[in-house]
Design a protein around this ligand. Structure first.
Ligand SMILES: NC(=O)c1ccc[n+]([C@@H]2O[C@H](COP(=O)([O-])OP(=O)(O)OC[C@H]3O[C@@H](n4cnc5c(N)ncnc54)[C@H](OP(=O)(O)O)[C@@H]3O)[C@@H](O)[C@H]2O)c1
Length: 356
């Protein structure tokens, strides 16, 4: 534990050594989060590592042996299994937990919140646990919420183009190793004889991901639908965040050979007519949304907004009730760390105002 300021909230980051944890540390510093005491936690694997933060050195603690007393807000990015065990223990010790995993998102007594979209859902936090949405859902919400308010969102079809960093450090390493092995084999093989390229065995993504797209993320759900859990998250989480329990939604989640930032192709159908001009007017005022003519993951990487562009009338929908558009967003920033820190800030303002 390191004392950073005399005033502020006592903050713990569980999973501080991971990809999301690293961005979380950066975002906490960038946004001048009102930290009093700061603690970084992970597994025994990286306990003892020293991580710099805003001119201080913070020693990583093993969560299994850590004293949980005195933490006001704990931000978790250490996987669902870890959250299942540790979120209730941190909450029992008095902390508010902001969790990045899928473990608590669909519990009725756990708010699932995007900071610009449904912050009022943080007014009541019955279990002291708050959930951060999945990164694809997160990217879409700041765009879809204002359109839904204006035109009545009825049906969604989303195809995702998801970066390997969404599969943790192991996903990023797989792309790096496969890409460098393939490039070593020369242009003749790469361009003219693709089937002869010798790739290492996949280690995280289920098929070779370098120079490839893989239409399976997560696992097939055992309910006869043949959907993956990743695909169902987008439907279920969108319904909960938008307060639209009957929203029709279908999603195909695809991993692509990109390191960071996801792309989403969205076809949205509305109750009322909407023109491209009207949609642009609504989105022009939406917090967390920025237009770009060609919104690519590369544009979004390292930046905060959901970039939206290629807005068209959906020609497959009768009249003017459908829009087609493309969204790009950094899965490690707004898709995980940034929104978590924003939720922590709302909790600090609502519940710890006197300490700030
Ligand atoms: N990557 C994304 O785009 C994304 C987006 C939204 C949400 N998330 C969620 O964020 C979480 C982390 O993702 P990531 O990409 O940062 O993964 P990662 O790079 O693999 O990092 C995992 C982190 O969790 C820690 N950890 C693992 N098992 C633990 C245990 N038993 N006890 C304590 N700490 C443990 C690791 O600590 P050690 O260093 O000690 O191993 C490490 O700090 C996951 O829940 C994921 O679903 C990720």
């Amino acid at each position: 534990m390191v004392r950073i300021n005399d005033h502020g909230v006592n903050v713990a980051v569980l999973g501080a050594t991971g990809q999301v944890g690293m961005v979380m540390r950066r975002v906490l510093a960038e946004r001048d989060f009102p930290v009093r005491d700061l603690r970084f936690l992970a597994s025994s694997h990286s306990a003892g590592t020293v991580l710099p933060w805003n001119g201080h050195d913070v020693v990583v603690e093993d969560v299994a042996t850590a004293d949980l007393d005195g933490i006001d807000i704990a931000i978790f990015s250490a996987g669902g299994g870890t959250s299942k065990v540790w979120a209730p223990r941190f909450a029992d010790a008095g902390a508010y937990v902001v969790d990045n995993s899928s473990q608590w998102r669909m519990h009725d007594d756990v708010p699932l919140v995007v900071s610009e979209v449904n912050p009022d859902d943080l007014d009541v936090i019955p279990r002291r646990i708050v959930a951060n949405p999945n990164c694809t859902t997160m990217a879409c919400m700041p765009v879809l919420k204002p359109l839904s308010d204006a035109f009545g969102l009825k049906r969604l079809i989303v195809s995702s183009y998801q970066a390997v960093s969404g599969a943790g450090r192991a996903g990023a390493l797989q792309l790096m190793n496969e890409a460098s092995a393939a490039l070593d084999q020369g242009a003749d093989k790469l361009v003219f004889d693709g089937s002869a390229i010798d790739f290492p065995e996949p280690t995280k993504v289920v098929r070779t991901i370098a120079f490839n797209v893989v239409p399976l993320i997560g696992s097939i759900v055992d309910d006869g639908s043949q959907e993956t859990d990743e695909e169902q998250k987008l439907r279920n989480e969108s319904r909960k965040i938008l307060h639209l329990p009957n929203l029709a939604a279908s999603c195909t989640c695809v991993r692509v050979g990109v390191f960071t930032a996801h792309g989403m192709s969205v076809n949205a159908e509305f109750d009322r007519d909407v023109t491209v001009e009207q949609a642009r007017e609504v989105l022009g005022k939406a917090p967390g949304v920025q237009f770009d003519d060609i919104p690519t993951p590369q544009l979004a990487a390292g930046r905060d907004p959901s970039f939206v562009g290629r807005i068209r009338q959906d020609q497959a929908v009768d009249g003017h009730r459908g829009l087609a558009l493309f969204i790009a967003n950094d899965n490690l920033r707004k898709g995980a760390a940034l929104n978590a820190v924003e939720l922590a800030q709302i909790i600090a303002d609502k519940h710890f105002a006197r300490q700030l």
